[in-house]
Design a binder for this molecule. Structure first.
Ligand code: 1PR
Length: 546
């Protein structure tokens, strides 16, 4: 390869076959192409390297050691050629991590990673937060008023005296200040994911790829509050309509048909692009007819993901059909293999519905013992907990007295049809078609124990009702688990988002129908939240840079 070619090539060190389709797409968007480091010798050929660590610290470092990469990688970095570490790829540069006490890191940066304190906040941290260079410069395109997408449970606590000669960008989560990015000459390492951080992240990536080390911060340096934002998510329920076209649809209490057949509210990729441009913090696709058997490789959602992830640079979640499957030709795939197809096509997280209910039932029946074999456990092991969302489809069941049911009840202000003031939430499967003898509290505590990273909390009673989120359900689930929870079902106006963030500690809120029907845009919601003093990512402060 000639030097000219090398100038637009970046080499990726991805020996664990992680879910880095998004990173490849973001790099290609900047006009660079990707080559893969397949052996330690490839590091000698490489002129620019990105190391996107995935999963567990120990898994990442042990993989480097077993592959014989440690010394060649250190030599590569010492040679002064450009190197970027992302997420665990940044953590690997430190001396060690409390995630794995016996595993050393590369030791190029002083200090070790510690787990976030769980008592006062959700762990992992999932969402948009800052990365402000302590000395004030804009290094590698990092800007003080920008927000970047983070997903992690371990962080490098910031200590002013520890990194002479480095530019350090810090951020805060609750009362903990930690390193969001660190840079020095040829090295840039970010705890956040630039490839999933919209325009702000693409700017950082582009600056690294083009050696724009120090640049004056352009635009107004706004003094915006630091800290994790609340996320606004757009959800697209996708299925084939009666003509066989893949459409975004939306039901009322999960019924997506009206007199003309399946409601058609638009094309999945087009709507996803519109919501991204409008400031959505994440996009979720749910394949709502996943219970029908399709050949895995022909699943149309794979193509939807491929196309979307080339143009949408915020996290993409895909749900529906993440379970062990048998193709019509008899080929069997494990849930992990199914998930792998989705990750390879551009998903950042998978969402598991029915299979999680079955797994939780088994967990309960076996005296709350983990088998290590569930879809949640196997996908979390391979891709990290943050990549596994559990989607919950509950229905409210009223009781006059908590003694009337063995299930976890709560006192409700919204009385039942016979004046009942207690209720429990019954889990369902197959898109609400079958109710199970399991309550939401049992489900969410079980899946959290299995390693799920986040709960997508729907509510069939509220779905499509436009009457606001079920605050009682949301509060109860937030008290039951320490992982992040996304409120879903019932959003009908921007004020419903403000209400759920004001009145519950929920981490994110999702809307579907109100966006698809064009009643409100994502920006309508965000501007209302900003007016109400609720911290959200404000995409307007970014101008398109590439
Ligand atoms: O069980 O793992 O195959 O997953 C199937 C997935 O499909 C589940 O996540 C399940 O929630 C979803 N699903 C199945 N059937 C339907 C349906 O509507 N008939 N959609 C369905 C669930 C609910 C929300 C909706 C919110 C917000 N959709 O995602 O977007 O309620 O709506 P709103 O803001 O308009 O009120 P598996």
């Amino acid at each position: 390869m000639s030097l000219d070619d090398q100038q637009h090539v970046v080499w990726l060190l991805d020996y664990v076959a992680g879910n880095i389709r998004s990173l490849v797409n973001a790099i290609e968007r900047t006009g660079f192409s990707v080559r893969w480091i397949r052996s330690p010798q490839d590091l000698q050929k490489a002129g620019r390297v990105i190391f996107p660590g995935v999963g567990h610290f120990q898994h990442c470092l042990a993989g480097l050691e077993e592959g014989g990469y440690v010394e060649p990688l250190k030599r590569y970095i010492a040679s002064g050629k450009p190197f970027m570490g992302i997420c665990v790829g940044m953590q690997a540069l430190f001396e060690g991590s409390d995630e794995s006490l016996h595993q050393s890191g590369l030791g190029l940066v002083k200090g070790r990673l510690a787990r976030f304190h769980e008592k006062t906040k959700s762990v992992p941290q999932i969402g948009w937060n800052s990365a402000s260079i302590v000395s004030g410069e804009s290094v590698y395109g990092l800007r003080r008023h920008s927000k970047y997408y983070y997903v992690h449970s371990y962080a490098a606590p910031y200590r002013r005296e520890d990194w002479p000669g480095w530019y350090v960008a810090t951020t805060t989560y609750g009362d903990e200040e930690y390193i969001g990015a660190i840079a020095k000459q040829n090295i840039l390492a970010t705890q956040f994911h630039p490839e999933k951080s919209g325009v702000a992240g693409l700017r950082v990536l582009e600056a690294f790829l083009n050696d724009k080390f120090l640049a004056a911060e352009t635009g107004q340096a706004l003094a915006l509050p630091t800290g994790l934002t609340k996320r606004v998510i757009a959800c697209l329920d996708v299925r084939s309509n009666d003509q066989g076209d893949l459409v975004v649809t939306k039901g009322d209490q999960y019924d997506v048909r009206d007199k003309d057949g399946v409601r058609n509210l638009g094309k999945p990729v087009e709507l996803a692009k519109r919501y991204y441009a409008g400031g959505a913090d994440e996009i979720t696709f749910l394949n709502i007819t996943s219970f029908r058997n399709n050949a895995l490789k022909d699943t149309p959602m794979l193509e939807v993901l491929r196309l979307t992830s080339k143009q949408v640079f915020v996290p993409l979640t895909i749900g529906g059909g993440i379970r062990d499957v048998i193709d019509p030709d008899g080929t069997k795939y494990t849930a992990l293999e199914v998930a792998r197809e989705y990750f390879a096509s551009g998903a950042d997280k998978v969402s598991i519905g029915s299979d999680a209910v079955m797994a939780a039932e088994e967990y309960g029946a076996n005296g709350e013992t983990l088998t290590g074999k569930t879809a949640i456990e196997s996908i979390a092991r391979a891709y990290g907990s943050q990549a596994v969302v559990v989607s919950v489809d509950p229905k409210r069941v009223y009781v006059a007295d908590p003694e009337d049911t063995p299930h976890h009840t709560l006192r409700t202000e919204l009385l039942g049809p016979h004046g009942e003031n207690y209720c429990w939430y019954q889990c369902t499967v197959s898109g609400g078609r079958a109710a199970r003898d399991l309550d939401v509290h049992q489900l969410v505590t079980a899946v959290a124990a299995m390693g799920a990273g986040e709960i997508l909390l729907n509510c069939i009673d509220r779905d499509g009702a436009k009457s606001g989120f079920d605050l009682e359900l949301i509060r109860d689930v937030k008290h039951s688990v320490s992982i992040p929870v996304i409120a879903s079902s019932g959003a009908g106006s921007p004020e419903h988002f403000a209400q759920v963030f004001r009145e519950t500690p929920v981490d994110a809120a999702l809307g579907a129908g109100m966006f698809h029907r064009g009643e409100y845009s994502v920006w309508d919601v965000k501007s209302h939240l900003l007016k109400e003093g609720i911290l959200v990512r404000d995409e307007r402060v970014e101008e398109e840079s590439i």
